[in-house]
Design a protein around this ligand. Structure first.
Ligand code: XMP
Length: 517
């Protein structure tokens, strides 16, 4: 296999929230995929070609209307490249428009599940059932195509739900094959990758390790680096990669910002004792708490914590004369922090957005920045990280501070730590942890009346958040057995006098995010 230039599909980001899912679905088929800006220049495209064997393009969905003057356009080089192109949703409408078709806001918009009738099961639709369930989310519709195109499918409200160019490998699909509610979505991707683009399914995460190590070696050389180690899977994997290359020139620093879960710092220390990682714990609890006095806005909290975090690093790096900062940022962290030019900013994941403008490091290195969580897990297994770390639930950089709604205080932190421990003890007792993406407690800023013994109590409301997910872009709340909920709730109210009520969060993502702040 050509490890240096793997077969790849570029996903052009037109601002759709599902952009990452497209790249994910492609990688699941063992073909490499990267997301690039929709208006990628010829020069940037040339740079991509140096490292990737580009076999085709997918144009993502997006929130705009193609007929608006200011709507995002496409570099004509892509459509003229002779390489296959598949437009999804906005991408579908854009191709139709560019080639002289007619797109307009539809009277009947389609959101949610619909039935697509496949008129011609060819190309990307090969092998699909005559009537197949699809996921739709669009306000505009393609009503006419130029003569060079033919219709492949329709739905009740979309007369042209899929099309292809008669002479070029160009396709458009109005629905979202990347969303799991689309029944035969994987088939559509397989058709595009292997039938239309002629990709070879040979991209494997194991092959990436060497490349990542070479890249890091090339950038850091004999320099000294620090890494922010939280003990989570991402930073631990980045640290092990770093330690392999840099040995003692790498210092792994765990900043104890005081927003850790119960016994977390000690547990991480235990896990890395005796490993090749040189772990230094910095107790910075006081300065983080002081900076959060009076701060209630979630984005402000994230910004301050991110900023303080970097300051601590700068100090530690200076002590060690380190010029490089290594971070465990992964692919979805980037897009949800507004990495995509057009996608709206949901929240600032602190390892990305909190960086001060005048950073004192020569360079920030993020070796996992193009990988998804489950890919990082595979990589970590190959690096022999302990299963305990590999299977650890994700924990946000700003920690419990974004699980306390409103002002963060020591008292609230202590309450939340206990509630969180109780929930996870009960989850473990019921052997449910393997199926969960995350299970945690949130301290709301609502107080409520209760009755404990014979007297009135007035205390905090704790919310329990337990979700299942594959990559955190979407998540479903877990239908925990009532007995587990009941036991957890009664233990929390009994063991934590300041809590009067426990509620269960039954919201999926979207519309909610996983963390409350
Ligand atoms: P949301 O709340 O955005 O979370 O649905 C998606 C996933 O990301 C985790 N998360 C973070 N991770 N720094 C991180 O490294 C952060 O600031 C951060 N905020 C959220 C969250 O726990 C979930 O798994």
């Amino acid at each position: 296999m050509d490890i240096v230039r793997p077969d790849a599909i570029l996903v052009l980001d037109f601002g759709g929230q599902y952009c990452h899912l497209i790249a994910r679905r492609i990688r699941e088929q063992s073909v490499y995929s990267e997301i690039v800006p929709h208006d990628i220049s010829s020069r940037e495209l040339g740079r991509c070609k140096e490292s990737l064997n580009i076999k085709g393009f997918i144009l993502s969905g997006g929130p705009e209307s193609v007929y608006k003057k200011t709507s995002p356009k496409i570099n004509s080089e892509i459509l003229n490249s002779e390489l296959p192109v598949l437009g999804l949703c906005y991408g579908h409408q854009l191709i139709a428009k560019v080639y002289g078709g007619f797109v307009e806001s539809a009277d009947r918009k389609e959101f949610g599940i619909a039935s697509a009738l496949i008129d011609r099961p060819v190309g990307v639709l090969k092998g699909l059932k005559a009537r197949t369930q699809v996921w739709m989310s669009h306000g505009d519709t393609v009503f006419e195509l130029s003569e060079d195109f033919e219709v492949l499918a329709h739905t009740k409200n979309s007369p042209i739900a899929a099309f292809r160019h008669r002479y070029k490998p160009i396709y458009g699909i109005q629905w979202h094959p990347e969303v799991i509610h689309t029944e035969e979505g994987d088939q559509v991707f397989r058709n595009f990758l292997f039938e239309v683009c002629g990709c070879i399914a040979n991209w494997k995460i194991e092959n990436v390790t060497q490349k990542l190590e070479d890249e890091m070696r090339g950038r850091v050389g004999r320099g000294r680096a620090v890494i922010a180690l939280s003990g989570g899977i991402d930073s631990s994997t980045a640290a092990i990669l770093g330690a392999r290359i840099l040995g003692r020139n790498l210092s792994a620093i765990l900043v104890d910002h005081g927003f850790m879960r119960e016994n977390e710092t000690q547990n991480v220390q235990k896990l890395f004792k005796g490993s090749e990682i040189d772990l230094i714990v910095v107790d910075a609890k006081r300065r983080f708490l002081d900076r959060l006095v009076g701060v209630v806005d979630p984005e402000e909290k994230r910004r301050i914590i991110g900023e303080e975090f970097i300051k601590v690093f700068e100090e530690e790096a200076q002590k060690r004369e380190a010029e490089f900062l290594i971070q465990g940022t992964i692919y979805p962290d980037r897009i949800e922090s507004g990495f995509g030019k057009l996608s709206s900013k949901i929240k600032s994941h602190h390892n990305v957005a909190g960086l001060p403008k005048k950073i004192k490091f020569k360079e920030i290195i993020e070796p996992l920045a193009n990988l998804y969580k489950d890919e990082v897990r595979q990589l970590a297994r190959g690096l022999d990280l302990p299963e305990e770390i590999i299977n650890r639930q994700p924990f946000p950089g700003p920690g419990l501070a974004v699980r306390i709604v409103g002002q963060v205080t020591e008292e609230k932190l202590a309450i939340l730590r206990k509630a969180d421990r109780i929930l996870n003890e009960e989850v473990l007792r019921a052997s449910l942890e393997k199926d969960l993406w995350q299970s945690f407690a949130v301290l709301t800023n609502t107080m409520s009346t209760g009755v404990k013994g014979d007297s009135r109590s007035y205390g905090y409301v704790v919310a329990l958040r337990v979700v299942e997910s594959r990559e955190a872009m979407t998540a479903a709340f877990t239908k925990l057995p009532y007995e587990v909920l009941e036991k957890t709730s009664s233990r929390i109210t009994n063991e934590i006098p300041k809590v009067s009520r426990v509620v269960y969060d039954i919201t999926n993502k979207p519309p909610a995010t996983i963390e409350w702040e």
